[in-house]
Design a binder for this molecule. Structure first.
Ligand SMILES: [Zn+2]
Length: 231
């Protein structure tokens, strides 16, 4: 690794292959936060309410909770419900410590099919999930490989809420670096066996670092076509 950040003289922690930049930990954090904010804006923003539902899952969940707190930090009386649908959920004390003081957090155990009811009962209009770039792209690729492309598009539904995927454009390597940079507790869940789609994606990325971005853009374009066809 070249030794210096392209934006300052600090040692670089990452060569961002898809952008061709070397970044130090602080500039990587700055870059990730601005991309996360941009993704949130593009997906409909955080809304005006101070009630949110967070869905655990993936190694990036801890980072999602922390960045959510950083971005919404100054909203008074913020309340967060974390849904426990049976997967790994960090301890409540760990989650509370990740968020600014004053944010009220509760973990609610529910079966996945009741998600909609909880969102309604909580009067939230934003749900946040923690899928990383690779997880998002592998889902798209998996749908194509199994001939299930129709699962990539859904008819425009007018939910009372907006589902946000703030880490959707952040690679896992960068998520791990940011978790270390902020000294956040690491994920303790067991690593799952990667899917065939994920193995294929990882193989493609070695030669073509921007492939995961192209794959999620493809799904976005399909969805846009669908939205334009239906008034
Ligand atoms: Zn720097």
């Amino acid at each position: 690794m070249k030794t210096r950040c392209d934006r300052c003289s600090e040692p670089a922690v990452l060569f961002q292959r898809y952008s061709g930049r070397y970044l130090c930990a602080a500039h990587l954090a700055e870059d990730i936060i601005s991309r996360v904010k941009r993704t949130i804006r593009a997906q409909g923003g955080l809304g005006r309410k101070n009630r949110f539902v967070l869905i655990p899952g993936g190694d990036a969940f801890i980072l999602l909770v922390y960045l959510f707190g950083q971005i919404t930090g100054m909203r008074p009386d913020t309340r967060v419900v974390i849904l426990n649908t049976g997967g790994y959920v960090p301890e409540l004390s760990v989650l509370t410590a990740l968020l600014p003081p004053g944010v009220r957090v509760q973990v609610q155990d529910i079966p996945p099919e009741k998600t909609g009811e909880v969102i309604q009962a909580h009067q939230a209009d934003r749900i946040l999930s923690a899928e990383s770039l690779e997880e998002s792209a592998a889902l798209v690729l998996g749908a194509i490989l199994t001939g299930n492309s129709s699962s990539l598009v859904s008819p425009p539904v007018h939910h009372e809420y907006v589902h946000l995927f703030p880490l959707r454009e952040i690679p896992e390597e960068e998520i791990d670096l940011l978790v270390s940079y902020y000294a956040l507790p690491g994920a303790v869940q067991e690593k799952k066996e990667p899917s065939s789609a994920r193995l294929l994606l990882d193989a493609l990325v070695r030669k073509h670092p921007s492939v995961p971005f192209s794959v999620i853009r493809y799904a976005d374009r399909l969805q846009n076509c669908m939205n334009q066809q239906q008034p």
